[in-house]
Design a binder for this molecule. Sequence first.
Ligand code: SF4
Length: 234
Amino acid sequence: MSRMVASRVVRKTVSHPERSHASAKQRMARILVTLQQSIPDARVALDSSNPLELLVATILSAQCTDERVNQVTPKLFARYRAAKDFANADQAELELLIKSTGFYKSKARHLIGCGKTLVTKFHGRIPQAMDELTTLPGVGRKTANVILGSYFGEPAVVVDTHVKRVANRLDLTRSQDPTKIEEDLQSLIPQSQWTIGAQRLLLHGRHVCQARTPQCDQCSLYDVCEWEGKRTLA
Ligand code: SF4
């Protein structure tokens, strides 16, 4: 009888522990230190040399790999150098240049729309505020946070599909809503580490904690991970 009770307690503790906010922050700190060691280089992999290029590359990276985007952008950036060039672009010509990134019709529409909005509302410059960035066609909080964090150096938590998955598996959030996940991570990660911390979670999800087959046997966070779907080591 007592063994059964003990067994139930252990199972509950392992699958869904309830933590105080302070202990959740301590656990987050441990995760960040571990990820810093396993992913020392956490730069954004999209090639760009100015904020407009980063914006364009980030829009193109939706449903596409960074490698593919980096193959497409050199020719694109040579042809379209400023916001006004995108504003005046021929849709068909632009589509052809970005076709291999997928969803090229809507992406081309967004790039032209961004160019027009940048020219008419922001003097051709990339704005440095979330509420202004998200007025650009095709730009949501995720893309805006990439620009704010990676170009402007502001604390910014990017939540993409990898961060969403990893944050849930590591019990850093219990939400599927990107905005709520962003808030949950902001409350756990010290503000000075928002950008780099979220980027490391992203890279961990992309390369280790993958959607279908997480590489648990190679995971630096194995000991801290309590996800019930975690693969048992042989
Ligand atoms: Fe993901 Fe497995 Fe690592 Fe847990 S142990 S974080 S499920 S890769």
